[in-house]
Structures are given as C-alpha cells and as structure tokens.
Design a protein around this ligand. Structure first.
Ligand code: ANZ
Ligand code: ZN
Length: 819
C-alpha cells in the first residue's frame, strides 16, 4: 500500500475531475447549498497560507454538507481588475492583462492542488470581456433607474494612486491601498445612489446570521440619525437656511449658529468687513481632512460672517459664524450651537466669547451637557426628552419653520476611477445629445490593450484616440467616450450572481435559475470588507430585485470571517518581514491533506494564530497513525484471522468512541469548529488501535467501524480518505460515482451507544489506591459505597480500622478515610 503523499492527492484529483464528481446539479435545487469563499485578487502569483485558511476549511465544511445530502455549489474565480496589476505594469513593463492571466494560471494550479471541490466549470474572471460586459450592463441598468449619476463634488483623492476613492476606501484619512494621506478635489464623478437604500440596508441587518461586530460596523457606517430640521431666517435679508439637530429640545438655548465653510450661503451673507477673514479661513479649511475636522480633541476654530440669524421659536437674533467642525457633507452643512449643552459648542463659545446659556426648567439651570434633556419656555415648560422633541417639532411644523428629519452618514458610492485597469464605463458624450448610454447590444465596450498608462491624474484611456473617438449611438455624429473606469468593487458587487450562470451569453444571468440558487447560504472571507464589498453587494442585490431581476432581498444569509494566520513570529505575514509561509513546500513534504488539517486543527477557525512547524509535523504523525491503524485493520479483515461474532466489552468500548465522535464531529463541524472535530477523530483512532491490538476481534464489526472512521475523516482529509475508502471497498470495478466516499451518506449517531453500562472506578484508602472495580454506570451513591466496601482488597486494607468517612466522586473515585 502506498503511503499517503502528494501522489495520492494527484491520483484522486485526476479521478474526481474525470468523473465530474462535484458537478452542481442545476435540476435538483431543493437541497441546494451555495457555499462561497471571497474570490481572490490574482496578484503576487502565489496563494499564501491565508488563502488556504479561507478556502481549505470551508471546502471541508462543504464536503461535510455534501455527505449530509446537500447539492453543493462551490464556485471559484478571480477579482482580476485593479490597481496592483497596473502598478506592477508601470514598474516592470509587463502588461496588466498578461501578468494577470499568468497569475491566474499559477493560482488555479495551486487551488487545484488543494483538492477543493470547486465548480471550475462556473469560474469567472472579472477582467475578461465576457464578464465585464455584464458589469457594464449592470451600470446601464442602474443608470436607467436613476441609480447611477454624475455630479461635481469634493471627492477623496489619493495622490499616490492618482485616482479618486470612495468614502469606504478612506480609512482614518488614509488610502485603503497605499496608506497615503487622502486629499479633497472638486471633480465630476460617477456615483451609485446607495443612499436610496440606506433605510433597508440598515433595517435588514438584524435578520442576518453575520458576526455581531460586522453588523455593528455596517450599522455605524450607515449611521442613521433621527432629528429635526429647523429653518433660520437671515436678518435683514430674504435668505434662510436649515440646521439639522438631534436636540431640538435645546432650541431655546441657541446662542449662535455655525455654517460649514463650504456652505454656498457663506458668500451671500458675509459682510464687507469680514470678507477677507472668511476667505482666508475657507482656504485654510481646504487643507484639513474630514477626519481631522471631526476630531474631538482638536481645538475648534471659526470666524464671524458679520450677519445674524433669527431663532424661529423665540425671535432671538444670533450671530452666524463659519467653522470647520461643521461638515458640508452632513445634514444641511449648518448647525445651531447650544454651548450650554454641547461640548463642541461649549469650547467654541469659550474661545470666541460667545454667550453660554442653559435651558431652564422650573427656575433651575440644567447642568452643562446634562444627559436628561428638558425644555423651559411657556407652553413647552416641563416637557423632557423625546416628548419635548416631538412637541417642539410639531410646533415648528405648524409654523412651517421645521420638520422631522432622518439623516444618514452613508454617502453615495463613488464608482469612477482615473485608472486604466478596470471596466470602461459604457457612456458616450455627444455635443448634441449630451450623456448617452451605450446600447446594450454594443456591449462590451472593450478595454483597449495598447494604452499609455503611466498615472498622471488623468485617465489613461483619454490618451487613446481610437478608444475615445466614437459616434453617438443616438444621432450618429462624432462623440467621445467616457474615459474613467469602474471601481473594482463594482465587479465584485455581483460576481456571486454570475457564478451560477457564468456561461450565459444572452444575459448577465437567468432570473429563474438565480432565484432558485441564491441567496448564498454560507459566505466566508476576511472582516476587512465590512463597509465595502459586503455593503455594496447588499445594495446591488436590492437594486436588481427592485428592477425585477431577482426575487430575494439579501445576497449572503450567513457570514463567517476566518481568523488570520500569522507568521511563526506571531506577526502578520509579509514579504518584507520574511515571515511568510508558502504552502507549496509543506504540501510537497506532507501532502495537501496534512496541510489543510493542520490549519483546521491548529487554530480556532475564527481566531487564527501563529504558524508552527511543530504543529504541522504533529498532524503529519496523526495521519501516519491513522494510516497504520487502518492498514492493520484491513489486513486482519482480509486474512480473516481470529474472527469472532459476539459483541462484548471491547466492542462496546470502541462503539462508544465511534458514536461519541459521530455526535461531536457532526455538531462541531456544523458550526465550523474544526479543531475540536479533529480532536474527536484523534480519540477515536486511539480507541480503534487499542481494539485492533486485542487478539480476538469481531471482523465484520471492525470493518463497519473503519468505514465510519473513513467517512468521518473524509471532509478533513479528502484525498487520504478517498484512498482508504477505495481500499476497504475494493472499488476498482465500480463504474459510476459510487466509488467515492463523497457519494456516501454522513454517519448517523446512535445515542444508545453513548450510555456506558459499566464504569471502572478506583478505590482509595487514606489516599492510596487499593482496588479498581467495575460498577453499573447508573449506580447511586449508596450503591457505590456498598460495592466499594464489599471489595475483597478493600476489606483487607481496612481490617481492624475505624471507617471515618467515605467520599464518592461519581464515575471516577471512592476515597475511604480510616483511623
Ligand atoms: C444642537 C445640539 C445640541 C446638538 C446639543 C447636539 C447636542 P448625529 O447624531 O451624528 O446625527 N451637526 C449637525 N449637522 C452637522 C454637521 N454638518 N457637522 C457637524 N455637526 C453637525 O449628530 C447630530 C448633531 O450634530 C446635531 O444636533 C448637530 O448638533 C450636529 F446639546 O444640534 B446638534
Ligand atoms: Zn448625439
């Protein structure tokens, strides 16, 4: 028998492929199970241990579900557009298409060597024209619905990547990719109107089986805030403006108002005297990032405009200031300042000597920043909290100077990029017809190959005359193409839909098929996408649903984030630190199953941890031990020696461990708790090897137990188990897919086997073990005492002494104290 190695891996990978064992059955979708791992970006040309940690254990889970009778769909593909390939091209001169395709080839080979049951016939590559054709289609559909639009706005600009970024790609003021500080630029850009779905995106989060932390992050990002918009008139003027406040109950305490420096009203209301100070301040503001401006600890600054506003509730005149702590992009870009109750307003007022007043109730001033809001003033006096807010807002509505208002932090998704390596935006600009969408029949708008793509802040496609110059699809006159490309997050916002119907030439996907195959039942990937990919995909699903292309609300019912595999030094793996683990060498040495099983046994799946060479070696020894034990068993069975037919103590014992494993492996694997599942398999093999070493064996029973062992192990060590299964069943002549252990049902646990009818207990006299006896496992305490004292050895040990106490530790030990 060949010892387990990569040769066994290759043998079965070949056979699985030849027999199309893992084909997804599209005609039998009642028990479909869509298992999805976040597809990877083909950069660096190699899969690292982190990819394996995402894909290997999930594949094991999928195999487990398959054996439970599910029709599993587990596709794989590549998120192939994006900056790294383009930057690599700039550095080395290798075209992004060439390097990407090369990388994909290498990664495919590595993924295949892993032996996962990916449905390769459904593979998608987002940079291929037959994929991005439909990304462009998606853009057109959103455009038709008014969900894709173009506007001039101050947008995030990464000077080092030389492109704009979505808000979601700016982390603490830095570019998500290169960590450069992000600046603002006024540019005309394409946006997707994700804000139309803010409410539903928020509401439906609670119903998702997702990690709580991720749900909380998404909720916070959407940032729903319920309050009131109040209209202030500008004194001596027809102008007015709104402020957004969540504390309308403090309206009587407003002592000044602050506009964002970018608020367009600022120019109209600034008086001659203050013009230069205001202009200077506006220039200064441009240098500050939004993050800085929101910092709590930073000193609040501002300048007076020379104008006054009128508080609509009491007619009081208050000065209008500008200040950078007010953001132009939130609410109305204006706030009413209540320094008596708001900390920011308080420090601002202190600095500029503005009045600080507190709202009074019953003749007493509320303390500064009191959390229990209240109100004074004639008709509102005595109202507190929500009631005060509601009553006041209703009054403002009556007076037509205010209304209830819900605000979101979420902004529309900026999708255009000034880079080459992305899907072209299917739009044409015509002098006569304006902005014209490319007709669906003309898709894809192909990305030209020969392009000068050195980044200079302008879209590389602009320099490509053949691409830019086209004719207007409406009037046929010369026109120009849009030269920006789509954010790669657009490509990945719908890939899980395309997988199902990846070969469809007429449509992005078949609606009926999609509705039966989705949502994704289990999605696994890193947590870093909480407010990007995972939010965008939810939005796109909802938008397509509303257009009638889908009938489900959420793309990913259940989500798990795998932990991070760190270098042996406990630090994040990185090439520069030289602590990366490349799977290839380990696989060559131990086989892919050992590599996979080490990842599953060595770490809690959602936690991860530091790589250890000793760890993988110990798993290799475990596989060795299984192989030796199963080989011994197989030899005994084929020789037919020492056979017996009765079931006695030894059989009961091994049957216990068998069903103990079935029960726990089933429970733990279900919740992706692989490390404890494998621990049960270790206990089970110990029991099995002990049984084999006993001379008299029930060989029929032994075979049954071995087959269950192989079935249980199959998800975790697929190649090894397939080999063993075929050895035990002598499957050489099987012509259909019943040869495979993955065509077998998952073993069923028998609760009766777990009732141990006898247990062995030790009996001590004054702390020294004097005897071991077997007693019925359900014996009560008195019975145990009696049985112990009746034992011959115990009688001898206690002869002539006084028994002071008998202590029973159930199921294990009796201690007799004598004098
Ligand atoms: C008066 C007031 C009194 C406020 C008080 C708070 C406490 P959230 O919960 O985040 O929605 N605000 C409104 N628009 C703003 C902007 N563009 N930039 C900076 N701050 C802005 O916060 C809403 C509160 O943040 C609003 O309620 C407003 O200040 C401020 F004791 O109005 B409040
Ligand atoms: Zn035209």
């Amino acid at each position: 028998m060949a010892k387990y190695s990569t040769a066994i891996d290759e043998k079965w990978q070949k056979k699985w492929e030849e027999t199309n064992l893992y084909k997804f059955d599209e005609n039998n979708l009642d028990k479909k199970l869509y298992v999805l791992e976040m597809f990877s970006y083909p950069s660096g040309a190699q899969l690292h241990a982190g990819h394996w940690f995402n894909y290997g254990p999930v594949d094991s889970w999928a195999r487990f579900k398959r054996m439970q009778g599910f029709n599993v769909f587990q596709p794989m593909g590549f998120d192939a557009f994006g900056l790294p390939a383009e930057n690599y091209a700039i550095k080395t001169g290798v075209h992004p298409w060439d390097s990407t395709m090369e990388n994909i080839k290498t990664m495919e080979a590595q993924l295949k060597a892993m032996g996962a049951m990916f449905n390769w016939d459904h593979e998608v590559v987002t940079c291929a024209p037959d994929y991005y054709k439909w990304t462009q289609w998606l853009f057109l559909k959103l455009y038709e619905e008014g969900l894709a639009y173009r506007k001039k706005a101050p947008v995030n600009w990464c000077p080092s990547c030389a492109t704009v970024l979505a808000n979601e790609q700016v982390l603490d003021g830095e570019c998500e990719r290169c960590n450069s500080e992000v600046t603002k630029k006024d540019l005309t850009q394409w946006f997707f109107k994700i804000t139309d779905y803010a409410d539903e995106l928020l509401e439906k989060i609670d119903g998702l089986d997702w990690p709580e932390k991720t749900k909380a992050m998404q909720k916070h990002w959407i940032g729903k805030s319920t309050g009131t918009e109040v209209t202030f008139k500008v004194k001596d003027n027809d102008l007015s403006f709104n402020v957004f406040t969540t504390r309308v109950d403090t309206l009587f305490g407003v002592s000044y108002v602050v506009l964002a420096p970018e608020n367009p009203l600022v120019n109209d209301i600034t008086t001659e005297e203050y013009k230069s100070a205001v202009e200077n301040y506006k220039e200064e503001t441009k240098k500050q990032s939004e993050i800085e401006r929101q910092s709590i600890t930073r000193e609040k600054t501002g300048v007076f405009t020379g104008s006054y506003a009128i508080n609509p509730i009491n007619g009081r005149e208050v000065p209008i200031w500008i200040g950078d702590y007010v953001l132009a992009t939130y609410g109305t870009g204006a706030v009413m300042a209540v320094p008596g109750h708001d900390e920011r307003d308080f420090s601002f007022a202190t600095k500029y000597n503005l009045p600080i007043e507190r709202v009074i109730e019953g003749g007493e001033a509320l303390p500064y920043c009191d959390l229990g809001p209240m109100i004074n003033s004639s008709e509102f006096n005595g109202l507190v909290g929500e009631e005060a807010k509601t009553t006041l807002t209703k009054k403002l509505e009556e007076l037509k100077v205010g209304e209830f208002k819900v605000n979101y932090r979420l902004r529309d998704w900026l999708v255009s990029r000034q880079r080459y390596w992305g899907a072209p935006i299917p739009i044409v600009y015509c002098d006569c017809c304006g902005t014209v969408p490319v007709p669906e029949s003309n898709l894809p708008v192909e990305l030209p190959y020969d392009v000068e793509f050195t980044p200079d802040g302008k879209s590389p496609l602009a320099k490509c005359e053949d691409f830019v110059n086209t004719t207007c699809p409406k009037c046929g006159k010369p026109a120009k193409r849009e030269v920006d490309t789509l954010d790669t997050f657009v490509c990945s916002s719908w890939y899980y839909l395309r997988y199902v119907d990846s070969k469809n030439k007429d449509n992005a996907f078949d609606t009926e098929l999609i509705n039966k195959t989705l949502p994704v039942d289990k999605y696994v990937g890193g947590p870093e996408h909480a407010c990007m990919h995972l939010l965008y995909a939810r939005f796109i699903t909802k938008a397509l649903r509303d257009m009638g292309h889908l009938n489900f609300d959420e793309p990913f019912t259940s989500l798990t984030h795998q932990g991070l595999i760190l270098g042996p030094d406990g630090l994040k793996m990185s090439k520069s630190k030289g602590n990366t683990i490349s799977p290839n060498d380990y696989i060559l040495e131990h086989g892919s199953d050992v590599f996979r099983m080490y990842l599953m046994f060595g770490f809690a799946y959602v936690e991860g941890g530091a790589w250890s060479d000793d760890g993988i070696k110990s798993v290799a020894r475990f596989v060795d031990r299984i192989e030796r034990t199963l080989t011994l068993a197989f030899e005994a069975i084929t020789k037919g020696e020492n056979n017996k037919t009765s079931i006695d103590k030894a059989e009961k014992e091994i049957n216990y461990w068998r069903h103990f494993a079935i029960k726990n492996v089933t429970q733990d694997t279900e919740i992706l708790q692989f490390n404890t599942s494998i621990a049960r398999m270790m206990e089970f093999i110990n029991a099995l090897s002990k049984y084999i070493n006993e001379d008299v064996k029930n060989l029929a029973f032994l075979k049954e137990v071995c087959l269950d062992y192989i079935r249980l192990l199959a998800p975790f060590a697929p190649h090894f188990s397939e080999e063993q299964w075929n050895i035990f069943n002598n499957n050489e002549d099987v012509t259909d897919n019943s040869y495979s252990v993955f065509s077998e049902p998952w073993p069923i646990f028998d609760p009766k086997a777990l009732i141990k009818d006898e247990v062995e207990i030790a009996i001590q006299v004054n702390g020294k073990i004097k005897a071991k006896i077997n007693i019925p496992s359900d014996l009560n305490e008195d019975g145990i005492k009696e049985a112990s004292l009746n034992d011959e050895d115990v009688k001898r040990a206690t002869e002539g002494k006084t028994i002071v106490k008998v202590i029973v530790i159930k199921g294990r030990l009796v201690n007799i104290v004598v004098k």
